[in-house]
Write a protein that binds this ligand. Structure first.
Ligand code: ZN
Length: 242
């Protein structure tokens, strides 16, 4: 078994925990803290240590994929309230309940593997305490966070991010998985993903805090997004479908 690399953590302006290509974040509120995404079994122990310096009352799942919600059940048992978009309710523990399409032709082979792996690998069962909808953008303010929920469908139907002090926590709507800004390899709908990229471009946060890899300045991510939108528009979406 390969040795697990030590986690990388950071604080200002973004509190993050990154290990095994997974990145989780904490937001401070007036009545406790909020964790964004929960990692995998192999990141649990180090992440739990990291979380001791916070008072996590809420867990926001950017979407219901196993590498984001694996530890949700554990955190809920510890008393945290889980928040998930209602459109990902049926995706919990049922990866193939939503389509999985490559976002670029080069991801076709990877996409096949993704579907095979996804069919067999499910996170421990949990039920979210709140299933929010697109109309609940202001819900986090009521919980004491200076933050807004931004629906970012495309990677999954219920994908969502959080805009907090010029940082957009965007889950897998965009990725730094390979250490550089990239389009996420798979989506339920590349067309919806494009719409969410347009939303991000419109919001113009200073930083994007992705679910994989370290936070990136928007000025570095923007050309990659614009290039994909141009290519996708030219292909009329056709070449991106399997
Ligand atoms: Zn995902």
């Amino acid at each position: 078994m390969p040795l697990l690399k030590p986690p990388v953590t950071g604080t200002k302006p973004i509190s993050y925990f990154a290990q095994s290509d997974i990145t989780c974040y904490v937001l401070h509120g007036t009545r406790g803290d909020l964790l964004i995404d929960t990692g995998l079994p192999q990141t649990w122990r180090a992440m739990a240590d990291w979380l001791r310096s916070f008072d996590v009352r809420y867990v926001f799942l950017t979407h219901a994929h196993v590498d984001h919600d694996w530890n949700a059940a554990k955190l809920q048992k510890q008393g945290a309230k889980l928040l998930l978009h209602e459109r990902d309710r049926g995706l919990r523990q049922h990866y193939l309940s939503q389509p999985v399409q490559p976002t670029l032709p080069k991801y076709r082979a990877r996409n096949v593997m993704q579907r095979i792996g996804g069919a067999f690998w499910n996170s421990p069962h949990y039920d979210a305490d709140t299933y929010f909808s697109d109309g609940d953008a202001g819900m986090l303010r009521e919980l004491g966070f200076d933050a807004e929920i931004i629906p970012l469908p495309g990677h999954t139907y219920g994908s969502a991010g959080i805009l907090h002090q010029n940082v957009l926590y965007c889950g897998d709507a965009f990725t730094m998985l390979w250490g550089k800004p990239e389009i996420t390899p798979h989506a339920v709908s590349p067309a919806q993903m494009c719409d969410s990229l347009r939303t991000i471009l419109h919001l113009q946060p200073e930083y994007l805090a992705c679910g994989h890899g370290l936070p990136v300045a928007m000025r570095e991510a923007e050309p990659v997004m614009r290039d994909y939108l141009r290519t996708y528009a030219k292909s009329d979406g056709k070449e991106h479908h399997v």
